[in-house]
Design a protein around this ligand. Structure first.
Ligand SMILES: Cc1cc2nc3c(=O)[nH]c(=O)nc-3n(C[C@H](O)[C@H](O)[C@H](O)COP(=O)(O)O)c2cc1C
Ligand code: SF4
Length: 490
């Protein structure tokens, strides 16, 4: 549900630095992550799925072009999009669940190294996610998916004052349910069934009655470790374990995780699997390989993990030996918008989604640097544990002054900009060269996110407005550019 207190915040004017000022900026100073991985600058392109892989999860020329374009801007690091650790079909998302993916990923690494002249470190985000179905037609749900039981029969009989329904055949119960309005269905179906009906069935880490969900703590450490070993074989500088947003590992960390098998409930229980996954990964890769994670500083949902939990988890994972901790916020299924029939629920559409990718239409705090406080909290907890593990902050950073001030204030050690880097992949380089006035500034209106929601090739609304004669910059249908326009440096 959208927040009625939102107003539109204008993009603030920017006082760009001269080249001399940029040379002294903390933003363009080096930083060393764990395991000796030094970034040439504290600038970071966080993971963003562009939907350019093949349906088999292979790297394509379009994937190479996409990451090559970010590398042109020479950020300190690029994190390649969330990449599936299992060898299962998942549409045009990159995969790393088998050795056959190594060759393609190696080309990706080589592209980034060549296009950044070796200035950019390249990591890959490793993700596990659970099954999710599209929202069904209600008739289809009742006919095919609902498991009718005596609870339904009893509640239906009471609701309709018809005792014959308390021992009716499944088909009769299904047919009766299909005629009921929503308010009456609420009285007959369980909360989970209502959710399956209205938002599409979605597995949860708490579904321990399902053997494959119960077994997640046994299988995930090995799957993540195998994937990390492949990432090292492909030449990546490191991996980012995806412990954030709506996916499996974040769901283990969630305060909503009430698993009673030692992998839920308390903070210690919830962090147990993330720690075990990390230990398995670390044991499989070399001492030259960097292993960090992305986690939520705050889940931003009712009953979810809070900023205090986020700080605790950040510090505990740093103590476990993570080489960096990247802090995000929200992006959960629990409060996502109800999808249309035939569509899947998308975790960036509710209030927690807004917290993850804040737009200019925001509450009074506005979107700019909105989540820096969470990074500051994680950094303080890491410091209190006696460590200095670098913290990466993201969320609404689309200008130089904000990024530099965050670093100088000690909110974080590295600044990540996702949508600003999408809008203008050259922006870090332009700023470093004292040519900030040429930056194409992200409007924070989320046209790109809407494309991601519908699994369409992600582009930026600003690209088409740039007059250019490059034919290769045009999409196949001649309307949408699939790559950011080239910056003529002269
Ligand atoms: C198109 C798109 C795809 C994204 N895909 C991922 C992803 O694969 N993994 C991830 O952790 N975050 C993903 N994000 C979230 C960004 O990494 C980032 O946290 C978010 O956009 C907020 O940062 P920003 O304000 O600088 O854009 C995605 C964001 C966008 C816009
Ligand atoms: S589409 Fe909009 S929000 Fe996305 S990168 Fe471009 S300007 Fe920014």
């Amino acid at each position: 549900m959208s927040n009625p207190l939102r107003v539109v915040h204008p993009i603030p004017a920017e006082a760009w630095p001269t080249a001399e000022e940029a040379a002294d900026a903390r933003l363009f100073s080096p930083v060393t992550l764990g395991h000796g991985c030094t970034l040439t600058a504290r600038t970071w392109v966080p993971a963003m799925v562009p939907w350019r892989a093949t349906d088999e999860g292979e790297v394509t020329d379009a994937v190479l072009a996409w990451y090559g374009r970010y590398a042109d801007g020479e950020p300190g690091a690029i994190v390649v999009e969330a990449t599936g650790i299992r060898d299962v079909p998942s549409g045009p998302l990159l995969r790393i669940g088998h050795d056959r993916y190594i060759a393609g990923l190696r080309r990706l690494v080589e592209t980034v190294r060549a296009r950044s002249a070796g200035r950019t470190r390249v990591f890959i985000q490793l993700i596990d996610f659970l099954a999710i179905r599209r929202r069904p037609e209600s008739a289809v749900y009742f006919r095919r998916f609902l498991q009718v039981d005596d609870g339904h029969r009893g509640r239906l009989a009471a609701l309709l004052a018809d005792v014959s329904l308390s021992h009716a055949a499944d088909d009769v119960v299904r047919a009766a349910l299909a005629t009921l309005p929503d308010e009456q269905l609420d009285a007959v179906l369980t909360a989970r069934e209502c959710d399956d009906l209205r938002r599409g069935a979605r597995e949860r880490v708490t579904d321990v009655h399902l053997p494959h969900i119960r077994a997640l703590p046994e299988v995930l450490p090995g799957l993540f470790a195998d994937a990390a070993a492949r990432a090292e074989a492909a030449g990546f500088d490191g991996v980012e374990l995806h412990y954030a947003h709506a996916y499996t590992m974040a769901s283990f960390l969630s305060a909503l995780n009430d698993r009673a098998d030692g992998y839920g409930q308390t903070r210690e229980g919830r962090i147990r699997l993330p720690r075990e996954v990390f230990a398995a990964v670390r044991a499989r890769v070399s001492e030259r390989f960097c292993v960090g994670c992305r986690l939520l500083g705050d889940e931003a949902i009712a009953g979810g993990s809070t900023a205090a939990d986020g700080a605790y988890f950040g510090a505990a994972l740093a103590v476990a030996g993570m080489d960096f901790v990247s802090v995000s916020k929200g992006g959960k299924f629990e409060d996502a918008r109800t999808p249309k029939v035939g569509q899947a629920v998308y975790p960036y559409t509710g209030e927690s989604g807004h917290e993850c990718m804040p737009t200019v239409r925001s509450d009074v705090r506005g979107p700019f640097g909105r989540n820096l406080g969470l990074a500051r909290g994680v950094k303080a907890a890491i410091a209190a544990a006696g460590l200095s593990t670098p913290v990466i902050a993201a969320g609404g950073v689309n200008g130089y002054r904000l990024a530099e001030a965050a670093l100088r204030a000690g909110d974080c050690d590295v600044v990540a900009s996702a949508r600003q880097s999408l809008a203008d992949p050259d922006w870090w380089r332009k700023v470093r060269l004292g040519r900030g006035a040429e930056v194409r500034r992200c409007k924070l209106t989320n046209y790109c996110e809407a494309l991601d929601e519908h699994h369409k090739e992600v582009t930026c609304q600003l690209w088409d407005r740039v007059v250019s004669t490059e034919p290769a910059g045009r999409s196949r249908d001649g309307r949408r550019r699939l790559e950011a326009p080239k910056w003529e440096e002269r």
